[in-house]
Design a protein around this ligand. Structure first.
Ligand code: FES
Ligand SMILES: [Fe+2]
Length: 408
């Protein structure tokens, strides 16, 4: 009850002053509220199906205090099961990933099938009904090769209509038939909202990301670095003819056009934007040369990139020959998992991993450092939310969206 009073007070502070007050970045009660009001209600993109191509292969998706087993069964269906034994509650899978014919609890050996139903439990009373003791299931959708989970104990939220706007883009990029070429984790000691805010602006790019900036037109970063028309008017105006010319050429090569920039009242704050790299760069590699064949339905290199986000918890950034799927997973008040899966076309030969990951590996390491420094500064007694620049519009939108989630 005391904690509810505290939360009400915090929401009032957020409404009147700022959702960027210190407690929102470090308080355990706020984190519990974030889990309940935001994380649990959203469709969370957790990885690509090619991570578990064979029957019995699984990985764990761990968010907050929850652990979900994402496993492919013998009928090739992917199931999502809470990693909580129905006997006395032990975790069942302890490894982060692997392959199992059955799921056997390490405590007293209750054994479950790959669809979560209970197969065997020793020495149980006669009236024990195994049918009533299957693992709790988690809502799951597979869409264009991406696995989405929703942890709500109630009915799953609407999916098809919510994400239909992405259909032509996902189809063009060929994600359904893509495969993971490499995975890497960047666990970050910071609240999930700091990780997201950092990704929602490019105000920090010139100072923090020289490699990233070297791939892009300066005007593009200023004009639309944080979303369509997010920069100052003169920069937007300067970049408009360049963007228009590139869009014309890219459309001729079959790329579907359009942008998505959901506002603070949306369910998932979706985002989609496309723009050119520097004109001498074919791919987001150090030498600008591709590492793999063209992805999806492309017929030629168009020097472009796309940035797609199903919610603030994930980002897909694709050039013509590979894509980085970046997943942000809240773990505790001051800890966020950041995981990247690099995807290439399903038909691609073995790729040079170092060349492929160069950009997002360096950039994510840099983001980890600046975000952890941000967290440490916020913990000071002298921290108070500052004024945002005109290159941080999406941070403002995100703060408002977050508050709307808490008060829904
Ligand atoms: S807690 Fe799993 S078998 Fe006992
Ligand atoms: Fe960054």
């Amino acid at each position: 009850m005391e904690s509810q009073h505290k939360i009400d007070t915090l929401i009032e502070i957020a409404r009147q002053k700022s959702t960027r007050a210190q407690a929102f970045y470090c308080d355990d009660d706020v984190f519990a509220l974030d889990m309940q009001k935001v994380v649990t209600r959203k469709w969370l993109l957790v990885d690509h199906v090619s991570r578990i191509p064979e029957p019995g292969q699984f990985f764990l998706y761990e968010v907050g205090l929850e652990s979900i087993i994402v496993i492919r069964d013998n009928e090739m269906k992917i199931n999502a099961l809470f990693n909580v034994c129905r006997h006395r509650g032990s975790l069942i899978c302890l490894e982060k990933q692997g392959r199992r014919n059955r799921l056997t609890c390490p405590y007293h050996s209750w054994t479950y099938r790959l669809d979560g139903s209970l197969q065997a439990a020793r020495f149980m009373p006669e009236d024990f009904n195994a049918m009533e003791h299957g693992l709790h299931t988690c809502h799951i959708r597979v869409y264009h090769g991406f696995i989405f989970l929703n942890l709500s104990p109630e009915e799953e939220p609407e999916f098809d209509q919510e994400f239909a706007v992405f259909e032509p883009h996902l189809d063009f990029h060929g994600f359904a038939d893509a495969k993971i070429a490499h995975k890497q984790s960047y666990p970050t000691d910071a609240n999930w909202k700091l990780v997201v805010e950092n990704f929602f602006e490019c105000y920090h790019c010139t100072a923090a990301h020289p490699e990233y900036c070297s791939r892009h037109l300066r005007d593009a970063l200023i004009a639309i670095g944080a979303g369509p028309n997010s920069g100052p008017t003169d920069a937007v105006k300067r970049f408009a003819p360049v963007l228009e010319e590139w869009e014309k050429q890219a459309a001729e090569l079959g790329r579907p056009m359009g942008a998505v920039d959901d506002d603070e009242h949306s369910a998932h704050m979706k985002f989609y934007q496309q723009r050119p790299h520097r004109s001498d760069i074919k791919s987001e590699t150090q030498d600008g040369q591709p590492v793999a064949c063209l992805m999806g339905k492309r017929t030629g290199f168009d020097h472009g990139r796309m940035h797609l986000s199903f919610s603030p918890f994930n980002q897909i950034i694709a050039c013509n020959d590979f894509a980085a799927l970046i997943v942000f997973t809240p773990r505790s008040a001051m800890r966020t998992d950041v995981d990247i899966s690099w995807l290439v076309d399903g038909q691609a030969d073995a790729v040079d991993v170092d060349r492929m990951i160069w950009m997002w590996d360096i950039t994510t390491r840099q983001d980890k450092i600046i975000t952890e420094n941000n967290q440490r500064g916020i913990l000071s007694s002298r921290y108070q939310p500052g004024c945002l620049s005109n290159q941080e519009r999406r941070v403002q939108t995100f703060n408002q969206w977050y508050l709307n989630q808490l008060t829904l």
